[in-house]
Design a protein around this ligand. Structure first.
Ligand code: SF4
Length: 226
């Protein structure tokens, strides 16, 4: 049975999270990963506070003022009625961006085939050897499937990785870049340094060092977001 209140919170306005669009962010409660650096444990472990009717009431008031809706979390693809919700958001005239950890390739594929998504941010957590250590989950193969689906689709998407130098060093990032290229990714590979938060799921220490950019591969375009 679908959760009566799947949404943890709504950020009413962002100019940063949906490329070239004014948008809001819908934070879905719950996630199937437990990344050590996750600084949203309240969303990952918490329950939803906002039901779909309340969300749609909010969005109706934003028609003409916002262009897009970012479905984030947590992991939004875990919400069983996501397709129905996307149809309703589209009926209001918004574009939809999905933030996903790539664990639900079938959901992603279905949404793409129904033309319900306009942009995707795909989190690449680690290569197979480090994936479980970082995410405490076994979704590496699902991630690769999601990546392949997106590479074969025309909907724009980006791949991004959060970097804590204790978890991912330059060699690990270069291996991940090779995996992206092998699977046909042609876009920019975005890296974002871990920002220390005492409440991160893995209780990580503050980032002790930054990656040495001179040791990163130039086979793919890499950009740091911070
Ligand atoms: S960082 Fe990891 S645990 Fe946190 S929401 Fe994203 S996928 Fe889930």
């Amino acid at each position: 049975m679908a959760c009566a209140k799947p949404v943890f919170d709504i950020t009413p306005f962002t100019m940063l999270d949906f490329p070239d669009h004014l948008a809001c962010i819908v934070w879905f409660a719950g996630c199937n990963m437990r990344c050590s650096y996750c600084y949203n444990p309240h969303i990952v472990l918490g329950k939803g506070n906002i039901g779909v009717d309340e969300l749609l009431d909010f969005l109706r008031k934003k028609v003409g003022r916002l262009e897009g809706v970012v479905l984030s979390g947590g992991e939004c693809t875990l919400y069983p009625k996501l397709t129905e919700l996307c149809y309703k958001i589209k009926e209001l005239g918004f574009k939809i961006k999905i933030d996903t950890n790539g664990s639900s390739p079938q959901v992603l594929d279905s949404l793409l085939k129904k033309s319900l998504i306009d942009f995707v941010s795909l989190d690449f957590k680690a290569a197979k050897s480090l994936f479980k250590n970082i995410t405490h989950s076994n979704f590496y193969d699902s991630f690769i499937h999601s990546l392949q689906i997106l590479c074969l689709n025309s909907v724009p998407f980006e791949v991004r990785t959060t970097v804590h130098a204790d978890l991912l060093n330059e060699k690990a990032i270069n291996e991940m870049a090779d995996i992206l290229l092998e699977n046909g990714y042609k876009g920019i590979y975005y890296l974002q340094n871990y920002l220390h938060d005492e409440n991160s799921l893995g209780n990580l220490n503050a980032n002790p060092k930054k990656l040495d950019k001179t040791l990163l591969t130039d086979k793919i375009r890499i950009k740091f977001r911070n």
